[in-house]
Design a protein around this ligand. Structure first.
Ligand code: GCW
Length: 699
């Protein structure tokens, strides 16, 4: 296999330079399996560039005579022992250093795990011992990440294995281009990486390169089409299955399994059955047969993703069946082959009457799903958006996550920046994700979300744009998502360093400290900056309806979507208390049900999510709500201006084209931030009649 490095795409966090420390050394790769071969190809490729060599057999002697080379160089450098050993822990013959690591770690009862690996350095040799081929590949990418540091002083045995077994990206990609949504729903990076001109891409090199990037970040599953399954895309399950198989073939060598979004009404749409009732025998037989054909074509197929009874998609409600019955239909079809169904919990009434104050969209997922806990099959995974509404810049954590102890749960994040600047604004999201993962639904005595979730899923931000993500700095979100899914305790700032060091290889640039420092100054706090100049205090949805970019305070106020702020001349916010509101606070266990219920105890940043308060209500931080709105909007727009200036000082340290792309986007971010600031401040100043305490310009 050739290592994919398409010239039509930016190298992102795998530039050739990142492989220099390995490529210039001697690496022994021991083991069999497709992913071990991928690791060999990677090493050989790096060696061809940097002069090192790939060794294929262990000569189990201290001198470790190299027996074979696959480097681009000829000559005599193959002699001597390997500098790096990547081996399956089960290999019969290991070189001495690796053998020593194996013996030492043998004391530890914990299994390494198929995706895990041990890392150590003994003498002059860095050793990766993997629990399986996937672990070996992940170990290789870990060494890439460490760079020269992997070959420094002694290193005690470290155990690495993913915290979450499935680390998945959903693509909201369509084969056809939708007249309003474009090809990728909520995509801000051009067309689809998978589909083009009504079919699969002819050249799938880019798909392979994408898989490589994702494997280096730890992702191991992908859904290749939109959860809103339109007419053409429905056929991926049947007559267009070959297209899916072709993509799966590109993802497989990097350990990524392929999943498909399917239409719940497929038996009607594709099978000409009269219904799609999950309890109907013909329907069940249809799914069983269709699924068997999928596995004929793609033996390691991951499973289905389903958006049912949501925003117009068909579902089990049409037949008076529950969502557990719906999910189990597909789970049963997949079970014989080891597949899983991801069943989305994003079920709510999108045809609500705005006059109706009793219906609360935030309540919907819990109301639908909490009563079903315990009814789902073991291979059905409930996929829950991290917040109760819809990926707003600030939401409380969804109460569904803690309400399903007997159900497998995947927490869904949105890497694509639908509501967080659409990849025109810098918005580094890991600090938000960490808050979600660290949240303890039952307080400090109970587990955090990271411990409750079985899986982490995110909507990808990737398209066919040269930089993959439109905004080059949005690559950091994709990278960090994979890493956090691997280890939810990783620090967002440290992840940013990893990404910077790999992507910009600052060691090679003139002034790595300045580059790093500036990018941290621009990105570390960018989520909070975005929050400041957009919708205040957890209220959400003050965006332009439809495309969701830019401010429109009342844009959704009188629509059927259930997304209201209820601002009037006296106050703003949604009363979700048990005492006087929708009762949503009651979906949380203690202590949060009590904390959120109280306007005094509720965290400031979520106040308007839970409470309707007067503009003069004093926040825990000491300022009034109205003054907070003014202050944060002025401060947020100022920070956007500052970010733009910071970037201007980096012209000498980054590639000119990348610099120009980001500079252009920062101009737009500033324009947009000022528009947000002025519209929000003007709106609330006019509504409330309260002037800004500092007399700043409001229109
Ligand atoms: O955030 C909303 C988006 C829809 C999306 C939906 C969902 C795929 O506006 O475009 O549809 O969520 O998550 O299903």
């Amino acid at each position: 296999m050739t290592v994919p490095e398409p010239t039509s795409a930016h190298a992102a966090w795998l530039p050739a330079e990142a492989f220099r420390p390995i490529g210039a050394r001697r690496t022994l790769v021991l083991g069999d399996g497709l992913l071990v071969e991928t690791a060999r190809d990677e090493v050989a490729h790096a060696c061809a560039r940097f002069g090192g060599s790939l060794l294929r057999r262990a000569d189990d002697r201290a001198s470790g005579q190299a027996s074979d080379r696959a480097s681009g160089r000829t000559g005599d450098q193959a002699g001597g022992q390997a500098d790096l050993v990547l081996a399956l822990a089960t290999e019969a013959h290991l070189p001495a250093a690796a053998q020593a690591v194996r013996e030492e770690s043998g004391q530890d009862e914990r299994p390494i795990g198929a995706e895990g690996f041990l890392l150590a350095r003994r003498g002059e040799v860095t050793v990766v011992l993997a629990g399986g081929p996937a672990g070996l590949l992940y170990g290789l990418f870990h060494v890439v990440r460490l760079g020269e540091a992997a070959f420094g002083g002694p290193r005690p045995v470290e155990r690495h294995r993913p915290a979450l077994r499935r680390r998945m990206l959903d693509h909201w990609d369509n084969i056809d281009t939708h007249p309003v949504m474009g090809q990728v729903e909520r995509g801000y990076a051009g067309g689809s990486v998978f589909w083009q001109d009504g079919g699969p891409r002819g050249d799938l090199t880019r798909v392979r390169a994408y898989a490589r990037l994702l494997a280096a970040a730890g992702v191991n599953a992908i859904t290749v089409n939109n959860v809103n399954v339109h007419a053409t895309e429905a056929h991926l399950l049947t007559d267009r299955l070959g297209d899916v198989a072709a993509i799966a073939a590109e993802l497989r060598p990097y350990g990524i399994r392929t999943h498909l979004s399917v239409n719940f009404a497929a038996p009607i749409v594709l099978g000409a059955l009269a219904c799609a009732d999950p309890l109907d025998e013909d329907v069940r037989a249809w799914w069983a047969a269709a699924t068997a054909r999928v596995y004929d074509a793609i033996p390691d197929f991951g499973g289905y993703v389903v958006k049912a009874d949501s925003e117009g998609q068909p579902g089990p409600f049409a037949y008076g069946r529950s969502h557990a019955e719906g999910a189990n239909l597909l789970a049963d079809a997949l079970a014989p082959f080891g597949g899983v169904v991801h069943w989305r919990a994003f079920v709510y009434d999108h045809r609500q009457d705005w006059r109706d104050r009793s219906t609360d969209r935030a309540r919907a997922a819990y109301d639908h799903f909490a009563p079903l806990d315990g009814q789902f099959r073991a291979n059905a995974i409930l996929q829950v958006k991290h917040g109760p509404m819809d990926f707003q810049v600030r939401e409380p954590v969804s109460p569904v996550i803690a309400a399903m102890p007997r159900t497998r749960v995947a927490v869904e994040l949105q890497v694509t920046q639908e509501y967080t600047g659409q990849q025109r604004h810098v918005c580094y999201l890991p600090p938000m994700w960490r808050e979600v993962l660290d949240f303890e639904p039952r307080g400090p005595e109970g587990p955090a979300v990271a411990g409750l979730a079985d899986e982490l899923v995110a909507v990808s931000n990737v398209g066919d744009d040269f930089y993959w993500t439109g905004h080059p700095l949005a690559q950091a979100n994709l990278y960090a998502f994979g890493r956090l899914a691997w280890d939810p305790r990783l620090d967002p700032a440290a992840l940013l360093d990893e990404w910077i060091d790999l992507t910009f290889t600052p060691a090679a640039a003139g002034d790595p400290e300045r580059l790093r420092g500036t990018l941290h100054a621009m990105m570390d706090g960018s989520w909070l900056t975005y929050e400041r100049y957009t919708a205040p205090l957890g209220v959400g949805f003050m965006v332009r309806p439809g495309h969701h970019y830019g401010p429109d305070v009342d844009g959704y106020e009188y629509t059927p979507w259930g997304t209201y702020h209820f601002a009037d001349r006296d106050g703003v916010g949604v009363d979700r208390t048990r005492a006087t509101g929708t009762g949503f606070t009651g979906q949380y266990p203690e202590p949060w049900s009590r904390v959120y219920e109280s306007a005094e105890e509720c965290p400031d940043e979520l106040l308007l999510f839970f409470h309707h308060v007067p503009y003069q209500h004093v926040l825990r931080g000491g300022t009034s709500v109205i003054q907070h709105i003014y202050d944060t909007h002025f401060a947020g727009a100022d920070q956007a201006a500052e970010t733009r200036l910071l970037w201007q000082k980096l012209t000498d340290l980054v590639d000119p084209e990348l610099h120009a792309r980001v500079a252009e986007l920062l101009d737009e971010q500033l324009r947009s931030a000022e528009e947000w600031r002025d519209q929000i401040n003007t709106y609330f100043s006019r509504k409330s009649g309260v002037p800004d305490a500092h007399g700043r310009r409001i229109y």
